[in-house]
Design a protein around this ligand. Structure first.
Ligand code: NAP
Length: 341
C-alpha cells in the first residue's frame, strides 16, 4: 500500500425521489501502489452536475447507471502527486472522471482525461465556464441552436453553469437574449451581470405572460435545460423555423420513474409545427475540447465571460450540496472544494 489514505463518497443504495444522506456512505481506504503507466491524482475540486441524479437510478439511458457500492461518478480537477507514467508527471494538473473522492488512480489510457494549463485562472473554472458546462453551453447553442444576429434566444436555468454561458454567447452573436430563472436575485444577476436583455422569474406566478412580454418577436432558439412547466410556457411562443437544443430537463431528474416522466420531446413534438429539436451531448464535439476550452478561458481572462460559483467545502458537504442543486439552491456552478489550488 502507498502512504496515501483515501476518503470517498460511495453510492450505498438507489435514491428514490430526492437524494437522502442514507443513500450514500463515506469510506476510508488505503491507496494501493501504482502500476506502470499509472499516476495518482489528488482531487482539489469536484463538480456536482445534474446528470448525476438520473445516473443513480437503475436505468440504462445514453449512459450506464452508477454501480452500488462504488464511488459516485463525476468530473474533478486535481494535481498529480505520484506517477509511474511516461506522459503524466508529478505536479501536472488534470481534469478527469475521478468521482467524489480525495485521491484517484488514473492511467495513460483513461478516457476523458485532459491536462490543464490554468495560465492564471482559478482551477475551479475548468469545471465550470471553461469546463464541461461551458463547452456544453457554447457548443450546444452554436452547433444545434445556430442562432443568427437579431434573433431571440431564450435559455432556462439562465444563471446556472450552462445557462449563463448560453446567454452571454447569444449576446456576443448579436441576439436578443432572454433568461428564465428561479427568483428575483438570479434574474437580476442575469440582466445586470451577465448582460441579458431580460430575465423572467418562473417562480413569480405568471410565467406565460411575463415570457410573452419579454419576447415581443417570439422565440427563435430555446435552449432547453429544465423541461416541465417552463417548456410548456415557451412552446406557444416559438417562431416558424425555431430550433430547440435539448440539453437536459432537470425538473424531472428526481422523478420516481424518469423514463415515463414527461420530456421536452413530448411537449415540442406535439406542436402543430414542431420546432427543430434534438437532444445533444457535449462529448459529440470532444474533438473540439481543447480549442473550445481555450476560447472560453480567454473570455474569462479578459472579463468578457462572467460566472458565479456555489462552493461546498469538504467531502461531507457533497450530498447536501447535490440535493440543494436539484432544488435550485445553488447560484452558479456548484462545486465541492477539497483542497487549495
Ligand atoms: P445549474 O443550472 O448550474 O444548476 C441547476 C439549476 O437548475 C438550479 O440552480 C435551478 O435554477 C434549476 N432547476 C432545478 N430544479 C428545477 C426545476 N424543478 N424547474 C426548473 N429549474 C430547476 O446546472 P447545469 O450544470 O448548468 O445544468 C443545466 C442543465 O444542463 C441540466 O439539465 C443538465 O442536465 C444539462 N447538461 C447537459 C449536458 C449535455 O451534454 N447535454 C451537459 C451539462 C449539463 P433556478 O433556480 O433558476 O430554477
Amino acid at each position: 500500500m502507498s502512504k496515501f489514505q483515501n476518503r470517498s463518497v460511495v453510492l450505498a443504495r438507489r435514491p428514490v425521489g430526492e437524494v437522502r444522506d442514507e443513500d450514500f456512505r463515506i469510506e476510508t481506504t488505503a491507496v494501493r501502489e501504482l502500476r506502470p503507466g499509472e499516476f495518482l491524482i489528488k482531487v482539489l475540486w469536484f463538480s456536482l452536475d445534474p446528470y448525476m441524479r438520473p445516473k443513480m437510478n437503475d436505468v440504462e439511458s445514453y449512459m450506464p447507471p452508477m454501480e452500488l457500492g462504488k464511488v459516485v461518478q463525476g468530473e474533478s480537477i486535481g494535481r498529480i502527486v505520484a506517477s509511474r507514467s511516461e506522459r503524466f508527471a508529478v505536479g501536472e494538473i488534470v481534469t478527469s472522471y475521478t468521482g467524489w473522492q480525495q485521491y484517484a488512480i488514473s492511467s495513460d489510457q483513461a478516457a476523458l482525461l485532459h491536462k490543464v494549463d490554468p495560465a492564471g485562472l482559478p482551477l475551479s473554472v475548468f469545471l465550470g465556464p471553461a469546463g464541461m458546462p461551458g463547452r456544453t453551453g457554447y457548443l450546444g447553442l452554436t452547433r444545434v441552436g445556430d442562432p443568427k444576429p437579431g434573433e431571440t434566444v431564450v435559455v432556462s436555468a439562465a444563471s446556472g453553469a450552462v445557462g449563463s454561458v448560453v446567454g452571454q454567447v447569444a449576446k456576443r452573436i448579436g441576439c436578443r437574449a432572454v433568461g428564465i430563472a428561479g427568483g428575483a436575485a438570479k434574474c437580476r444577476y442575469a440582466v445586470d451581470e451577465l448582460g441579458l436583455d431580460a430575465c423572467v422569474d418562473y417562480k413569480a406566478g405568471k410565467l406565460a405572460a411575463d415570457l410573452a412580454a419579454a419576447c415581443p418577436d417570439g422565440i427563435d432558439v430555446y435552449f432547453e435545460n429544465v423541461g416541465g412547466a417552463v417548456s410548456r410556457a415557451v412552446a406557444p411562443l416559438l417562431n416558424p423555423g425555431a430550433r430547440v437544443p435539448i440539453c437536459g430537463y432537470i425538473s424531472r431528474y428526481n422523478a420516481k420513474d424518469i423514463v415515463s416522466a414527461e420530456s421536452p420531446f413530448e411537449i415540442f413534438g406535439a406542436l402543430p409545427t414542431p420546432p427543430e429539436h434534438r437532444f445533444f451531448l457535449v462529448v459529440e464535439w470532444e474533438a473540439e475540447h481543447a480549442e473550445t476550452t481555450r476560447q472560453l478561458a480567454d473570455w474569462i481572462r479578459s472579463g468578457e465571460l462572467k460566472y458565479r460559483e456555489s462552493v461546498a467545502e469538504g467531502l461531507d458537504a457533497a450530498v447536501p450540496a447535490f440535493r440543494g442543486m436539484l432544488r435550485g439552491e445553488n447560484f452558479g456552478k456548484q462545486l465541492v472544494k477539497l483542497a487549495d489550488d
